[in-house]
Design a protein around this ligand. Structure first.
Ligand code: EPZ
Length: 431
């Protein structure tokens, strides 16, 4: 299993370009199951989760090939297959997004119900509620949904859950609605930019979607969707991670291609901490600040502070001048990074769905274990400033959502290198 070896204390400088959004690219790739003809999707990041998605799509009758570094060409060549196997779904929860497209296009789908993962239980009751509202039946037997929809019909459905909207639930129902008969209104829809990007892709394929980016999305069903050329938005979570790396290392860096309008809450929290992030020439510039003030933050659905940057922010707050409280409202158990950060000398106490972070002047390098995608990113950030050497095991978790993160941080001056290890068991999925 590959590991990262980081020698802390280096200043960072220069610029790094943010890649395409993983959480926009995945549902967009699944949406091509509904189209006739060829699609070319650009700005797709080279990630394990993308390769995994292509494996699932190929099993479902898709011809999919990389054209150059970040473009994939896809075309459905066989509409008979309708099963997404447990062995695949268990390792990437996002693969549940085959459900809406298969029901809409092929009228049936046998999809394994995703299990839990390192960040929480991950239910799919809202996906089921929305698809049933459109006329599908989704009996669960032996861990699989045997979903059938002879004809999907538009409906009004509220998709809000006890912790707010569902991102991939909104994606699944919105995709299914594009080929349903009549109009669908999704109330309580997720407003994340990734949902908006998926909606814009569907419109480029001929769908009729309005209200994307708001809690009320209206979809007027059409008879067919055609493949198209589309460019995925930049990854706001990767951009936020890179910005926090600059903040962590008390360094001025530029994050090229980052969408400042997708990171308003993150820039606001950094301003409260004393770190200025300004929009500049189509990217973000981080202005270093020696002093890191403590802050209280609660994760929220977009446009609030994203749960996917909670662990990375916590890494920064471990070296703040005081006590911070981070409250996680989306995944109350998303604190796998706490124990590992404490091994590096942090002083974090978990208290229910909150973590109390007592800032320390110095972290110390240690051998730590990556557990899930974003928790692993937090360990990398901590390693950048810890005294001595930090070794992070199981970095395949990082490779799921960050393209060549080691090389790109090294390009900013970090002393980080990948040590390749023998084979690796790709464990359960998170994202
Ligand atoms: C998406 O997951 C992202 N993944 C996650 O990013 C992200 O953390 C999450 O949204 C929240 O922003 C992808 O887009 C591929 P949800 P998703 O359905 O859609 C509850 C990463 O690191 N819920 O929005 O699976 C759920 O328990 C990954 O890139 C229900 O109750 O998350 C949670 O509390 C990790 N019933 C909340 O809603 C449901 O049917 C949000 O979940 C579905 C969800």
């Amino acid at each position: 299993m590959d590991r990262f070896v980081i020698e802390g204390g280096r200043k960072l400088s220069g610029s790094v370009r943010v890649g395409g959004s993983k959480n926009a690219a995945l549902p967009i790739l699944f949406a091509t199951l509904m189209t006739r003809g060829r699609s070319r999707v650009h700005n797709v990041p080279r990630l394990r989760d993308v390769e995994f998605t292509l494996t699932i799509l190929r099993e479902l009758g898709m011809a999919a090939e990389w054209l150059g570094e970040h473009t994939i060409e896809l075309e459905v060549v066989d509409e008979a297959p309708c099963e997404a196997r447990y062995d695949l779904v268990r390792r990437m929860r996002a693969s549940f997004c085959v459900l809406g497209p298969l029901l809409a296009r092929r009228g049936k789908a046998r999809v394994a119900m995703p299990g839990g993962c390192a960040i929480g239980v991950r239910p799919v009751d809202l996906h089921k509620k929305g698809l049933e509202a459109l006329g599908a039946t989704l009996p669960l037997e032996h861990g699989y949904f045997d979903a059938v929809a002879t004809r999907l019909r538009g409906a009004e459905v509220f998709l809000g859950g006890h912790t707010g909207p569902t991102v991939t639930g909104t994606a699944n129902v919105m995709m299914a609605a594009t080929l349903a008969e009549g109009t669908t209104v999704i109330e309580g829809a997720a407003c994340e930019p990734e949902v908006t990007d998926l909606a814009d892709f569907l419109v480029a394929c001929g769908a009729r979607v309005q209200g994307q980016g708001t809690p009320r999305i209206a979809v007027e069903g059409v008879s067919e969707l055609r493949g198209c050329d589309y460019t995925v938005i930049p990854d706001r979570i990767e951009a936020g991670t890179l910005v926090l790396a600059g903040a962590m290392a008390n360094s001025d860096i530029r994050v090229e291609g980052a969408r400042g309008d997708h990171l308003g809450a993150v820039s606001d929290v950094l301003r409260q901490i004393g770190i200025r992030v300004v929009r500049e020439d189509g990217g973000l510039r981080v202005h270093a600040s020696r002093d890191v003030d403590p802050v209280d933050v609660t994760t929220q659905p977009y446009p609030g502070f994203p749960t996917d940057l909670q662990s990375q922010l916590m890494a920064l707050l471990t070296i703040a001048d005081g006590i911070s409280v981070i409250t996680e409202t989306i995944y109350p158990d998303r604190f796998m990074h706490v124990a590992e950060l404490n091994r590096m000398g942090a002083s974090i106490r978990k208290q229910g769905a909150s973590a109390v972070v007592s800032g320390q002047r110095q972290l110390s390098g240690a051998e730590v274990m990556a557990s899930d995608l974003r928790a692993s990113a937090a360990l990398v950030l901590a390693g950048l400033v810890a005294k001595g050497v930090t070794e992070i095991q199981r970095v395949y978790h990082l490779d799921r959502g960050y393209e060549r993160l080691d090389e790109r941080l090294a390009g900013l001056g970090a002393a980080i290198r990948r040590v390749e290890g023998p084979g690796e068991a790709f464990e359960g999925g998170v994202a």
